[in-house]
Design a protein around this ligand. Structure first.
Ligand code: PHE
Length: 392
């Protein structure tokens, strides 16, 4: 099933966009396969750029599945303003240059009326300036770094931002878990990780805690023994690791192997089933924050989970919930704008107010960020369990 889904995607091509050397390699798009290929006249194209493969493949896959579910449901009830919504997806492979190419091509070649993506903040920071320059609205479903929407007035998101997420987890570490000394381990190649490390640190220190030690790594690293050894002798009671799931899973195993049995704590970047397949039991007793928990959930969220399960045979993660909301918010704005003219669509997105989404109510603030609740999860028995919900 995974396989079939992958085959139905257009694959990003490398595209030289500079000067007269402009050259386009032909892609391997699954033209004709369900849910892909060229849009038909009259269709509204939403261009999705996402890491469908690579180290963060879960991010793109879960988001894309949910985005397609949203489009399918809208189309089944007459579409948007009587037109069909068409999701065209390009794979960024988790790479910045590919992300920029994907947005360029989605707008220039696929004629997208709006862009959905990216998940990773570093990649949204590559794609955003292109959407902004071309004046095509972009909605990141799940990039939480504040800089993402600072790119300009055509860039939106449907998730909370990291100063809030970091503060929620710092308060949780300090007041609920009663920690005084925490170590920080961040990915120095990742804007999200750097920003969320900083947000946590500020809030933790402001509430009287101390940072025992700061360590770093780079995306793709698999050996964390030097960092864990240094943290072990620092007296830290927990490790704040605002990274993505693959490295966090590997870190958890290293910590267990080296006899470091303190909780790991992190943010939404942990939210993938692969976290558990990589980290296993070593993650028990750890905590992370995310955007959505299948339970408890509103009736709308329950319906989304049931529909997602029925279509794909698996539970969505927070990413899926946000991908679904991203498409629905774009569709709602198109309806209110009465069409897809870019400036009108941008204004309608900016005016989004009290929209009932799967991940909660969405109201865009003046910086094109919604205020949303943070879900805190505890890992127990190799599973993430709902711990608490913190509202702004
Ligand atoms: N918030 C992360 C970022 O900005 C992306 C992410 C969102 C990852 C949700 C997992 C779940 O980079």
């Amino acid at each position: 099933m995974h396989r079939r889904h992958l085959l139905s995607l257009a694959v990003t091509v490398s595209l030289a966009v500079s000067g007269s050397a402009c050259k386009k390699k032909d892609d391997a798009s699954g033209a004709g396969a369900a849910g892909s290929g060229k849009a038909e006249a009259g269709d509204i194209v939403i261009g999705h750029y996402a890491s469908m493969t690579g180290n963060t493949a879960h991010f793109g896959q879960d988001t894309d599945k949910a985005a397609r579910l949203a489009a399918e449901q809208l189309n089944a009830t007459g579409g948007v303003l009587g037109r069909k919504l068409k999701i065209v997806t390009f794979d960024t492979r988790g790479d910045g240059a590919e992300a920029a190419n994907a947005v360029t091509r989605l707008i220039d070649v696929e004629k997208a009326s709006a862009i959905l993506g990216e998940v990773a903040s570093s990649l949204s920071l590559q794609g955003g300036p292109i959407a902004q320059r071309r004046k095509i609205p972009m909605v990141s479903p799940s990039s939480t770094n504040p800089k993402v929407t600072q790119v300009g007035d055509y860039v939106f998101r449907v998730c909370y931002i990291d100063p809030f997420q970091g503060k929620v987890m710092a308060t949780f570490a300090r007041q609920t878990l009663k920690f005084d000394k925490v170590a920080i381990l961040k990915d120095v190649k990742n804007d999200y990780s750097i920003g969320l490390a900083d947000a946590f640190q500020k809030a933790f220190v402001a509430s009287g805690g101390t940072i025992a030690i700061e360590q770093s790594y780079s995306a793709g690293d698999t050996d964390f023994s030097a960092q864990v050894t240094a943290i072990k002798s620092s007296g830290a009671q927990a490790i704040w690791v605002p990274g993505y799931y693959a490295e966090v899973g590997a870190l958890a195993r290293t910590a267990a192997r080296l006899g470091v049995h303190i909780p790991l704590m992190g943010g939404d970047g942990w939210d993938a089933p692969e976290l558990f397949s990589i980290g296993g039991d070593a993650l028990n007793g750890s905590y992370f924050s995310t955007h959505f928990a299948p339970a408890p959930a509103s009736p709308l969220a329950q319906k989304f989970v049931a529909d997602f399960k029925a279509k794909y045979g698996q539970e969505p993660t927070g990413l899926g919930a946000l991908g679904y909301d991203g498409v629905m918010v774009i569709a709602d704005a198109i309806k209110r704008a009465g069409g897809t003219a870019p400036a009108g669509l941008r204004d309608a997105l900016a005016a989004t107010k009290g929209y009932e989404a799967v991940t909660g109510k969405i109201t865009m603030d003046k910086d094109r960020n919604p205020e949303k609740s943070v879900v805190v999860l505890k890992i127990d028995g190799g599973k993430a369990k709902y711990e608490s919900l913190v509202s702004p």
